[in-house]
Write a protein that binds this ligand. Structure first.
Ligand SMILES: Nc1ncnc2c1ncn2[C@@H]1O[C@H](COP(=O)(O)OP(=O)(O)OP(=O)(O)O)[C@@H](O)[C@H]1O
Ligand SMILES: [Mg+2]
Length: 339
């Protein structure tokens, strides 16, 4: 079957403020937030998008929901090519896709009551008023919020967990088919987080949603997504079933990432690769591999040429010139149940 999300060569460069020298030299520096993404997502699949701060996760999500226009490349969601979508077709698209924000206050206006916040997407999408109450009741049941009296409250009169459920409800009220959840639980404390994550897992299963779950937290991605894509400075460096990526990371960056992340009750890879010191800088990505400056096993080819994302037998993908030599799979480690 055709992929539900189909992305080819998707790139986004943002202009950065120029210094006096650059203005005089006529230079137009850019930050390559996302470079040449290629991936497919099947209908009903949840994919985790993992990577450190600034690697382009949110930009990728925004590109897929047409909240920002790409510099180059194409994206198709369902049957819709995003380039050129406008007017009624764009409005229909906006009903089918939703973004779940990290901070409830980005999604909910603090000055309007919860009930009104939930009705707003219905009003904007032209859903007849007579249907609003039923739709809102159904979505509150779905996110397991009891008590319609909550609808009268303002956001500051709710707990963090309740608010995040309302944010989910708002995203689901139009019954979307594709959601991008951007660090949706990072603002919550640990006990509430587990409840929301369980809820998200259940909703994905019961509603058959196709979803991208963005996080820098491997343990969370592992909990909600069977497949994980790893990004480094705008590029996809690895893609595969989450458990395989954790137990047999192939890319040197993924290996370092997994070794560095404290995974509760998970045996980690036994031979972590030490990263070379340095901070990733999206303004300084050259012609070669994005990871070359911090890679402990880089060779001359890594500076000269970007490694393509290669599909290995079994379907995993990795972008590394050293495959299979330096990053060859090692024996799997035993994993305990997630979280
Ligand atoms: N509107 C913008 N204008 C200029 N630069 C931007 C813009 N949005 C993002 N960037 C830059 O693009 C790069 C990727 O940003 P992005 O927000 O996608 O990263 P991220 O992986 O979501 O990070 P985080 O984990 O911190 O949320 C960063 O270097 C960021 O500074
Ligand atoms: Mg982000």
């Amino acid at each position: 079957m055709d992929a539900y999300v189909h992305v080819r060569g998707l790139s986004k460069a943002f202009p950065v403020r120029r210094g006096v020298g650059q203005v005089l030299r006529g230079e137009h520096p850019v930050v390559h937030a996302v470079r040449d993404l290629d991936f497919d997502i099947a209908q009903g699949e949840t994919v985790g998008l993992l990577g450190e701060s600034g690697c382009g996760k949110t930009t990728t999500g925004r590109l897929l929901l047409k909240l920002v226009e790409p510099t180059s490349g194409t994206a198709r969601i369902g049957t819709r090519e995003l380039a050129g979508l406008k007017g009624a077709a764009l409005r229909d698209f906006r009903r089918d896709v939703q973004f779940v924000f990290q901070n409830p206050f980005d999604a909910l206006n603090p000055r309007i009551q919860i009930g009104r916040s939930l009705a707003e997407p219905l009003i904007n999408a032209g859903v007849p008023k007579a249907e609003h109450a039923d739709r809102i009741r159904l979505v509150l049941e779905r996110v397991r919020i009891k008590g319609v009296e909550l609808l009268e409250r303002f956001p500051h009169e709710m707990s963090g967990g309740q608010l995040q459920r309302i944010v989910l409800a708002r995203a689901l009220v139009l019954e979307p088919r594709f959601i991008v959840a951007d660090e949706p639980v990072s603002m919550l404390d640990v006990s509430v987080r587990a409840g929301i994550l369980n809820l998200m897992r259940d909703l994905q299963d019961s509603l058959g949603l196709t979803a991208i779950y963005i996080s820098h937290d491997l343990a969370l991605v592992r909990y909600v997504a069977r497949r994980t894509m790893v990004m480094y400075l705008g590029s996809l460096v690895e893609d595969g079933p989450t458990e395989d990526v954790i137990s047999r990371p192939l890319h040197p960056y993924t290996r370092a990432l997994i070794a560095a992340v404290p995974l509760p009750r998970v045996s980690q890879t036994r031979d972590p690769l030490p990263l070379r010191p340095g901070t990733p800088d999206a303004r300084k990505v050259g012609a070669g591999c994005a990871f070359v400056n911090r890679c402990p096993v880089a060779i001359a080819a890594c500076t000269a040429e970007r490694p393509p994302l290669v599909t290995l037998p079994g379907g995993r993908r990795v972008a590394c010139h050293l495959m299979p030599a330096a990053t060859q799979p090692r024996p799997p480690v035993t994993l305990s149940p997630a979280l």
